[in-house]
Design a binder for this molecule. Sequence first.
Ligand code: SF4
Ligand code: SF4
Length: 251
Amino acid sequence: MTEHAGHEHSGHQQAGGHEQPGGHDHAGGHRHQQSQPPTRPEPEGRRRQGGILPGLVRGLATTARTLARPSHTAEYPDTRPDLPPRSRGVIALTEENCTSCMLCARECPDWCIYIDSHKETLPATTEGGRERQRNVLDRFAIDFSLCMYCGICIEVCPFDALHWSPEFEYSETDIRDLLHEKDRLGEWMQTVPPPPALDPASAEPAEVAAANRPPRTPREPSAARTARSRPGASATREAAASITREAEGDV
Ligand code: SF4
Ligand code: SF4
């Protein structure tokens, strides 16, 4: 005879402690539970508000309120947007500042800056001096169909040759026309706003401080400076000379 008393299985209990899946309860202690299909919980919001009608009424009230307000839509192009002065519209180039160092082209994540240059030899300015070489910019172009306006080129330029202009109206019907060569990039400079004023509480720029410094006084001759810096030096020299004279007299 099989001993069931005390046997327990998950969800299955017979006489003496067995419980079967399903939860039926038979005479003798069998109990089987019928699993119920899960019911979908009612949405929290609907339960709280007691149906969709109040929500619908509130939505209609919001619509009516918004209809009564004046519109904020700017009628571009009749009304031009009032953009912040440092907006990123287009990149402008100061050609004179560019040394063709290629930093901007190397750092551009989109590789949309094209620079061509050649070296030019300058004759020596003094007799016996050396000739000098400098880069001459032949081509500087930015393809604005690729540019993502990250501003890295402007940040890395060590000579302030690139600037942001807030001008943004240069869309084209042909995507190839978004390649701006250096002449066109130079024209954008007219739309670049002046830099913001310096903070009055900030320290004076080093160049300004150097220009305002009083001129240096001419240096004294070295002998006079030595005598003044060592007052006992002449007395020591005289004492040494007298000792020498005495020694010579003894001889
Ligand atoms: S980083 Fe500045 S100076 Fe150098 S190539 Fe670019 S624009 Fe010219
Ligand atoms: S703004 Fe960014 S993506 Fe555009 S040219 Fe400069 S570095 Fe390249």
